[in-house]
Design a protein around this ligand. Structure first.
Ligand code: PAF
Length: 286
C-alpha cells in the first residue's frame, strides 16, 4: 500500500489507474480505525479495482468545545490495518493541503434541510464541515464509487443528496453498522468510555430495539414511543440528546402510508456522545 500526503501525488497514481480504465473506490475516514472501517474498505474492494482510503481529522466538522484536539491520531496502527484489508493507496493530507486558504476561510458546501435537523440541530455547522470536506476529497481522489457506514445514517443521506444535487459522477454505497458482540455499534468514540460506561453502552441499541418491536407490533404514536425510549435511556444512565422516528428514505417526518422508517438516537454517556439507529420496515403501515 502506497501512502501519499499531497493531492498531486494522489492524482499521479489515480490518473494512471483511470488511464487503464480501472474502477476507483474510495473510503474517507478520520482514522483511529476499527473493524467497522475495515468492513467499509473490504466493501470498497468488491466495488472497485483499486481502493483509496483517506485519513484526515477534519477541523471544520468539529464545534467549539468538541474533541478535535484530542481525537485519537493513530496513523501507524491504521496503516497496518489498511494494508491488511486490501487498500491500495492511503491519502493522509495536512490541514493546509485540504484548506489552502485556511479552514476558517474555505468555500463551503451547504446541503439544505438535512444539515440542520437531528445531529445537525445539536451540532450546528457540523454537516457543512462534512459536506465541504467530502466534496474536496471527492475532487482530490476522483473516485467512481465511495463507501460510507450506515451508523452515521444522516451523513450517508446528506452525501447522497449532495452528490445528486451537484451532479457528481460518483456512486455512493452504504454499509450496515458493524456491532460489538453485546450490540454496541462500533465507533471510534467508544474508546472514550470508562469501563463502567462501556458496560452500560449497549443499552442504547437495546432501547432502539424495544422501539422497533413496538413499531412492528402496531404502535403509531411516535412521540409517546420516543418518550418511552428516552425513559429507558435515562434509567440506563444516558442523557438523551434526541430520539426521533423518521422516514428512512429522506429523514422527513413519516406519513401514515410510509413503510420504511428509521429510529435515530443520540445520547450522552458521561462526556461521550453516542449515536445509533435502527431501520424498521412496517408490513401494513396504515
Ligand atoms: O465519518 C467520518 O469519519 C467523517 O465524517 C468523514 C466522512 C471522513 C468526513 O470527515
Amino acid at each position: 500500500m502506497q501512502t501519499v500526503h499531497t493531492i498531486a501525488q494522489l492524482r499521479a497514481t489515480v490518473d494512471q489507474w483511470r488511464g487503464r480504465r480501472e474502477r476507483v473506490a474510495f473510503v474517507p475516514t478520520m482514522g483511529n480505525l476499527h473493524a467497522g472501517h475495515l468492513q467499509l474498505v473490504k466493501r470498497a474492494g468488491r466495488a472497485g479495482d483499486k481502493v483509496v482510503v483517506s485519513i484526515f481529522v477534519n477541523p471544520t466538522q468539529f464545534g467549539c468545545g468538541e474533541d478535535y484536539g484530542t481525537y485519537p491520531r493513530t496513523l501507524k496502527q491504521d496503516s497496518l490495518k489498511l494494508a491488511e484489508s486490501g487498500a491500495h493507496l492511503l491519502f493522509v493530507p495536512e490541514v493546509s493541503e485540504i484548506y489552502p486558504f485556511g479552514a476558517g476561510h474555505t468555500t463551503q458546501v451547504d446541503v439544505p434541510d438535512l444539515s440542520t435537523i437531528l445531529c445537525g440541530a445539536s451540532r450546528p455547522g457540523h454537516f457543512t464541515g462534512v459536506a465541504t470536506v467530502v466534496t474536496k476529497l471527492f475532487n482530490a481522489v476522483r473516485p467512481h464509487v465511495a463507501v460510507f457506514g450506515e451508523k452515521d445514517y444522516q451523513q450517508l443521506l446528506l452525501v447522497r443528496r449532495m452528490v445528486a444535487d451537484l451532479c457528481l459522477p460518483i456512486e455512493i454505497i452504504g454499509v450496515p453498522t458493524l456491532r460489538e458482540p453485546d450490540g454496541l455499534a462500533m465507533s471510534s468514540r467508544n474508546g472514550y468510555l470508562s469501563a463502567e460506561e462501556r458496560e452500560r453502552a449497549p443499552a442504547l441499541q437495546q432501547a432502539l430495539a424495544r422501539g422497533g418491536e413496538a413499531l412492528l407490533a402496531g404502535e403509531r404514536d411516535h412521540p409517546s414511543l420516543c418518550a418511552r425510549i428516552s425513559t429507558l435511556l435515562l434509567k440506563s444512565g444516558f442523557r438523551p440528546d434526541y430520539i426521533s422516528i423518521r422516514r428512512a428514505e429522506d429523514l422527513a417526518e413519516p406519513q401514515a402510508a410510509d413503510s420504511r422508517l428509521i429510529i435515530l438516537a443520540a445520547a450522552w454517556l458521561g462526556s461521550t456522545r453516542l449515536i445509533d439507529n435502527l431501520p424498521v420496515t412496517l408490513k401494513n403501515p396504515e
